[in-house]
Write a protein that binds this ligand. Structure first.
Ligand SMILES: [Zn+2]
Ligand SMILES: [Zn+2]
Length: 334
């Protein structure tokens, strides 16, 4: 099969022919239809996350259909369309798993990082971590729901019932979460890189009450902020923007260093927290909610062989919505 592989961090992905993987007893073999590209893929490729499997097939927002299954798979049949998210394995025995926090599992393994992902014509995945996908979403539009949507949704939950919500970085996750937040009756304030008027227009089109530069204060106090951009200087900026009792949620897996800041901007019971990974419950909740909003995902398609161009465009902030690799056009038969 054709696959885009990372041989060493900081190198472009290489297009290679590799054998189609064999599903283990708990795994399904999927024909990959589409795979969305996430900022976490960039962090892996750029060597900002430690110890990836090498060589690695990146990609953790896979839409595919079941070709065949291992002996212990009882949930899905050949032909079923599934989504494969970032969380690819948990031990089910550690203190985190036993208390409903499998996103923090001591032995978790992640798709497109420690497990080969979806930048390939076929992928294997543990069926216990796959999701059935809502029917109204074509393959291209469904893919970004699987990380931008899921982890964005978990981040939104961490803001509880905050009414005035700031979103820092208006990329794949924010464009989905803005729609969910509006659906829930919240008021959205979108912050972008200074001068990115295109992203600001996009945010306003999706129902944001205000959109502006991240260096600016919002026109009114916020009750919570979610930082999607991997930029540590946004943490004190967001703390300054939130009201007493407000929370600043850092939603990314990697961020540049956070500069020191005066205690007074944290005072007043403001909080800073991160969001790590997802639980399967997050996935089930969000995939049931998305069609009810309904969330529309804006996508920029790239053919599989152009994965490097997709990563480059994402790095440069040129993608409006989510970049998605289209995989199943010239498929090697198995
Ligand atoms: Zn992701
Ligand atoms: Zn565990």
């Amino acid at each position: 099969m054709r696959a885009m592989i990372l041989e060493a961090p900081d190198n472009p992905l290489r297009s290679v022919e590799v054998p189609v993987p064999e599903p283990g007893p708990e795994q399904v073999l999927l024909r990959v239809h589409t795979c969305a590209v996430c900022r976490t893929d960039l962090h892996v490729v750029d060597g900002e996350l430690p110890d990836p499997k090498l060589p690695l097939i990146p990609g953790h927002q896979i839409v595919g259909s079941v070709v065949r299954s291992g002996d212990l798979v009882d949930r899905f049949a050949a032909g079923d369309r599934l989504g494969v998210p970032w969380l690819g394995f948990t031990d089910n025995t550690c203190r985190y798993c036993l208390t409903g926090r499998e996103n923090l599992c001591d032995h978790a393994r992640f798709t497109g990082y420690q497990i080969d992902g979806g930048f390939a014509e076929y992928a294997v995945a543990d069926h216990r971590f796959c999701f059935p996908l809502p029917e109204g979403y074509p393959d291209l539009q469904a893919a970004p729901l699987l990380c931008a949507g899921l982890i964005g949704y978990r981040s939104l939950r961490m803001t509880s019932d905050a009414e005035r919500l700031g979103l820092y970085g208006f990329g794949a996750a924010a464009h989905i979460i803005a729609q969910v937040a509006r659906h829930q009756g919240r008021k959205v304030f979108a912050f972008t890189s200074p001068g990115d008027t295109e992203a600001q227009q996009f945010a306003l089109k999706l129902g944001a009450a205000w959109a502006g530069d991240s260096t600016q204060p919002p026109p009114e106090e916020l009750d919570a902020a979610i930082i999607f951009a991997p930029v540590g200087t946004l943490v004190p900026a967001a703390l300054r923007a939130v009201a007493k009792g407000g929370v600043v949620v850092c939603a990314g897996i990697h961020m540049s260093d956070i500069p020191s800041f005066p205690y007074e901007i944290l005072w007043g019971e403001r909080a800073v927290r991160s969001v790590a990974n997802l639980t399967r419950r997050d996935g089930e909740e969000f995939l049931a909610l998305a069609p009810r909003v309904p969330v529309h995902t804006e996508v920029v398609p790239f053919p599989l062989e152009k994965a490097n161009e997709a990563l480059k465009a994402l790095r440069a902030g040129e993608i409006q919505g989510a970049a998605v690799l289209v995989v199943d056009r010239h498929l090697t038969p198995v």
